[in-house]
Ligand binder design. Structure first.
Ligand SMILES: [Zn+2]
Length: 71
């Protein structure tokens, strides 16, 4: 099972532990392997992995700009 959504966006670190959706507007959802479920809080391991995945994906922006200002 992967945490990645089909559209390539990473789930909210606090999203549902089964499907990664935000709590707001979750209601009942169906996912393979879990079937119908209500929103469940992610485990602390899931939160950590999601946050690390987000950080890894974020472009290293701003560094070039500061270099230009310093020179
Ligand atoms: Zn869910």
């Amino acid at each position: 099972m992967t945490d990645q959504r089909p559209d390539g966006r990473l789930p909210n670190p606090n999203g549902c532990r089964w499907c990664g959706a935000d709590r707001h507007g979750h209601d009942q959802r169906w996912v393979p392997g879990v079937k119908w479920h209500g929103w469940e809080p992610p485990t602390s391991e899931q939160r950590k992995h999601r946050m690390l995945a987000r950080r890894a994906r974020r472009p290293d922006c701003g560094r070039g700009a500061t270099d230009l200002l310093a020179s």
